[in-house]
Design a protein around this ligand. Sequence first.
Ligand code: CU
Ligand code: ZN
Length: 222
Amino acid sequence: MRHARHLLLPAALLIAACQPQTSAPEQDPAATPPPAASVPPPAVDAPAADTAGATGAAGGTMPEGMGPAPATISATAELKPTQGNQTAGTLTFAPVDGGVRVTGQVSGLPPRSEHGFHVHENGDCSAPDASSAGGHFNPAATAHGRVGQGEHHAGDSDNITANEDGVATVDTLLQVVTLGDATGTDIIGKAVIVHADADDYTTQPTGNAGGRLACGVISAAR
Ligand code: CU
Ligand code: ZN
């Protein structure tokens, strides 16, 4: 009898080890007992947990230094049409040398049209015209301009261009911004705006890109 149990246990562990590939590991009851059984006496950790709890209650967020490595973070933004418009899209943000690369697609644009595309300072798309997103993200208080050609806002980007179907494929670089490092240049929690007109890269401080067709908040992806 004892012998049989010793044979069964390894078999059960083998099955458990194979299951996470086909079913959710966290919901697999067979996967939970071993860790729980091997860590019964951690009541000693209680004082440390109390300290962490106090810090968490005061700050509300993860203590600094405990976050994931910024280099591995990515983010997304779901662009939703402003009132009276049909422009929408999905964008992905990834850190690269010299800034953040933005890729994705934006649809619902006039065929073969060019549109200003910026990160704006407030992650708030609630206004019908997305005016709640504020102006271009500009932590260094620089002039509006074009990426790679002298001074520009951190939130400035090249225009996006729609194809004959009104779909723009986005692959652009944001310079002087960061992703998820909680510094002044971090674009997590900021908004992306697609404008009605092209950015002329010159007019201050907007590039004269016209109204706002779509807005989305940049959120960390996990
Ligand atoms: Cu803009
Ligand atoms: Zn600008």
